[in-house]
Design a protein around this ligand. Sequence first.
Ligand code: 8OZ
Length: 375
Amino acid sequence: MPTLFDPVKAGALSLSNRIVMAPLTRNRSPNAVPKPVTATYYAQRASAGLLITEATAISHQGQGYADVPGLYAPEQLEGWRRVTDAVHEAGGCIVTQLWHVGRISHTSLQPGGGAPVAPSAIRAKAKTYLVSSDGTGSFADTSEPRALGIDEIPGIVADYRRAARAAVDAGFDGVEIHAANGYLIDQFLRAGSNVRTDAYGGTIENRARLLQEVVAAVTEEIGAQRTGIRISPVTPANDAADDQPQALFDYVVRVLARYELAYVHVIEGATGGARDHQQGDRPFDYAVLREAYAAAGGKGAWMVNNGYDGATAEETVASGKADLVAFGKPFIANPDLVERLREGGPFNVPDKTTFYGGGEHGYVDYPTLEDARRA
Ligand code: 8OZ
């Protein structure tokens, strides 16, 4: 019976244990450039089997929040090189999360102050986070998006490909395609945000076309075995809505099974919220989802996330329900989370007021068990 602490392979990634640091937005990269302190933050957490960076924009158009990092300018990639070097020095394995926000953006964050882009011109009932010139942050309604022309889609797929290449050149061990939480790829997938009548809308097959093209491009560029993907079948995050999530995501994983991906990362329930959150007329069946992937020949590691603790994670891995478990908030507050899980705690409590934006406090100053013993 595998334990959480046993090594495992996910495609080409050799992980020292099955505990993963989930992607966590921290809004500490002004001008989209990761600072030196971000290298310290990730290196402190390098005992995780795998670190997934915070969501990182593949292009200026893919930006939707103040002070989130990018992968599309030389200074950004230099910042990431410091991170990957520090993590590797500390013995860790790290992938970056490729992000295009689609309609979850604001004109003030877009090239030329233009409208954010989306499958259809439907505004999300969602907020984004802005920082004004005097440094004060505030939440703002997302802007009215414009529908992408079909001729613009190849350029977006090319941006994913370019970002994946840049990530590997900057020292990442691989990438995770962000297809969750109501951002661009998820907006195409879900009927609530996609009313297109061309080859990218209507049927499930058409709504999954962008996802399929992005996966094909990224895996061709850097290798499927270095590519993971994150999905969130029933999350309501960022106004994501579909009333047939089981049919939709059973199809999605069958598409994913065509590629020898490193892993499939599934957010169970409402992101950061209820695990039994429901969309459509029946509870979502994650076992059916995994069976659909395996039956179609999918070989990637199965990663689960959302509200796991040591006991539920241990049971999930021991029973074979998943190969990897990703932890979010616990990793913010516990740089040595792996050690603390091994010892059964204690755990530092995350401070919500320092999740988004700010400096070193609440970022790199949470104590390890060893720090606590010394103090
Ligand atoms: C929290 C705040 C801003 C963005 C996601 C990238 O939900 C995010 C995100 C989370 O995937």
